[in-house]
Design a protein around this ligand. Structure first.
Ligand code: DGL
Length: 253
């Protein structure tokens, strides 16, 4: 079991931001990444549709004989994690917006939670919000992940988009913002520019640590040899794969 790879998927290339944290923390592991770019975005689809797509993504990875599945996508976790945990024999690690750490570290301002409309609508987020959402405000961001998908991480087009998206929230004393979608981690610089002085949280490191804990508990950590990363996409390989690799290697703020 130890020598088998770890399967990671997202609706597109956003999960590559999580993959970076995981391969840095577990450098001896082999990772297989699948981005369902052809069907992206997931965040504006129905729960049933996202579940169906997540099942297909998982089947692709299971064919590669993975020892664990990481859903590197908040949207797909909300729609599919329970179902996958009930039906698969390998462990399933999911993600949720990092509202808990943002709320535990809050001093006096408001916490914005930027995520896809689907993530914010689903039960998983409602439960999280009931627990840690006293001073939080959901900020649905339809259309934002598309910038990362196209490799547009900065520039006038995204600045204009973000300023318009965030305009209604400027009246609140925003102290921090949770990046509740793995694509947004690649847009940190543009988001910081639109929200100067606001602290940004994401769940990537927590997810990597959770993966390590789960493998440790099972005694499935690969402890010898060098690790590797392979990437696959359902989209246009000649365009997406080079973008995924350059994002994998890029330094994020
Ligand atoms: N990267 C995904 C997430 O973490 C969703 C993006 C999308 O497909 O809408 O929520």
């Amino acid at each position: 079991m130890r020598s088998r790879p770890i399967g990671v998927f997202d609706s597109g290339l956003g999960g590559v931001s999580v993959l970076r944290n995981m391969s840095a923390l577990l450098p001896k592991e082999d990772f297989i990444y699948f981005g369902d770019d052809k069907n992206a975005p997931y965040g504006t689809k129905s729960e049933e549709e996202i579940l169906r797509l997540a099942i297909d993504d998982t089947s692709f990875l299971l064919q590669k004989n993975v020892k664990a599945i990481v859903i590197a996508c908040n949207t797909a976790t909300s729609a599919a994690a329970n179902h996958l945990r009930e039906t698969l024999s390998v462990p399933v690690i999911g993600m949720e917006p990092a509202l808990k750490p943002a709320s535990l570290n809050r001093k006096e301002g408001v916490i914005g939670v930027m995520a896809t409309p689907a993530t914010l609508k689903q039960k998983k987020f409602r439960l999280l919000y009931e627990k840690y959402g006293d001073h939080a405000m959901p900020i649905p961001c339809p259309g934002l992940m598309e910038f990362a998908e196209k490799g547009i991480l900065s520039g006038e087009e995204i600045d204009v988009f973000l300023n318009k998206l965030l305009a209604p929230y400027r009246k609140y004393p925003l102290e921090s913002v949770v990046l509740g979608c793995t694509h947004y981690v690649f847009l940190k610089a543009a988001i910081s520019k639109a929200l100067p002085g606001v602290i940004l949280y994401d769940g990537n490191d927590g997810t990597a640590r959770q993966l390590k804990r789960v493998l440790e508990e099972k005694n499935w950590l690969k402890e010898t040899g060098e690790g590797s990363v392979s990437m696959y996409t359902s989209g246009d390989e000649s365009h997406i794969l080079p973008l995924m690799w350059s994002l994998f290697r890029e330094k994020i703020l």
